[in-house]
Design a protein. Structure first.
Length: 342
């Protein structure tokens, strides 16, 4: 995909849009929505735990593992809203509930997630500044492909075909990322975060060992963590993967930097719930502290405003969004295939 470009921006473009959104009341808190959402997700988690211990050492635990993958992903989406202060206006309650939901609840480090996600929001799809498109196992541009080495180069040749198998490991990668971040100098409250993560992993593994035979425990673990990773990847990848990337000192204002690198996914109420509102990724990136239910209401305002500016506003369905991402990954890996075949 070519790098993002646009006409010379006006300093007031985003401020005008922000005024429209504020006047519409779309930055106001939605406490009743979040009471219902948090109660529902919490209830689903408690119901799953009750079913787990009631079933005991049974192969019926396998579909329950898939159920837990969905519930863990929904907890992660609540954690995302907490991190953006969509639920609580103040930092302290957001951090308290964020660490309880993330570190203790699903084993995902709140501090690590905050650091990584904040950098992503500041410079989405910037090859040098966005950690989500830094070359690791996958390469996101042909420049990254040309300079790739080792495992990234090996995977990069066929990365479009390997994406979903690799997502089976994403759940474990999220856990490991939170643990590794405890050693970083920027990590705050590392003792608290580490203690809560350790408590989660201890209780999780103890529950498997106490309730299931070793074989069933391994299958439960594999199904749960594998599908959790796939779910998380399928929620977050459509927002940016396959959209234009930025490099160097890209001279784009905030509005264009967010809109040109971001994709919305349409699909009705089911997609809204499944993706936790992140299918309205453009609106979320423009107004990250906007409560989730207001993103849908903000969309026609943002879309019409972009049309008035002549700014591309990209929206497609769920399947097409993944197809675009896969085509981009295949193109990005082309230099590796060419060099290896020469």
């Amino acid at each position: 995909m070519t790098h993002a470009t646009a006409r010379a921006p006006s300093r007031s473009d985003f401020s005008r849009l922000s005024t429209l959104i504020t006047q519409a009341g779309l930055l106001d808190r939605r406490p009743r929505y979040y009471v219902v959402r948090l109660s529902t997700v919490g209830g689903l988690l408690v119901a799953g735990l009750a079913a787990f211990f009631a079933l005991g050492d049974s192969w019926l635990q396998v579909p329950l593992a898939a159920y837990f993958a969905i519930v863990f992903a929904q907890v992660a989406l609540v954690l995302h809203d907490l991190a953006h202060r969509q639920i609580f206006r103040l930092r302290r309650p957001s951090e308290i509930f964020g660490r309880l939901a993330g570190n203790l609840g699903i084993g995902l480090g709140y501090g690590w997630w905050m650091n990584k996600h904040t950098r992503h929001h500041a410079n989405p799809n910037h090859e040098d500044l966005d950690p989500d498109v830094s070359p690791d196992l996958l390469v996101w541009s042909q420049d990254q492909a040309r300079s790739s080495r080792g495992l990234a180069r090996f995977i990069g040749r066929r990365q479009a075909f390997l994406l979903y198998p690799l997502l089976l490991l994403e759940g474990l990668n999220l856990h490991v990322g939170g643990m590794r971040a405890l050693r970083q100098p920027w990590m705050k409250h590392r003792v608290l975060e580490g203690t809560l993560l350790l408590a989660h992993f201890t209780l999780y593994l103890a529950a498997l060992a106490w309730t299931l035979s070793p074989g069933k425990a391994l299958v439960f673990f594999a199904v749960h963590q594998g599908l959790f990773g796939v779910y998380m990847g399928c929620v977050f990848a459509p927002g940016h993967k396959g959209m234009p990337t930025l490099t160097g000192e890209a001279r784009l204002d905030f509005l264009r930097r967010q809109v040109l690198t971001t994709r919305n996914v349409r699909g009705g109420w089911f997609v809204d719930i499944a993706m936790g509102g992140l299918n309205y990724q453009i609106e979320h990136h423009l107004f990250p502290n906007m409560p989730t239910p207001n993103l849908r209401l903000a969309q026609p305002i943002v879309r019409a405003y972009c049309r008035r500016l002549g700014l591309p506003y990209h929206e497609t369905n769920f399947v097409a969004s993944h197809a675009e991402a896969l085509r981009h990954l295949h193109r990005a890996g082309a230099p590796i295939r060419t060099e290896d075949n020469s």
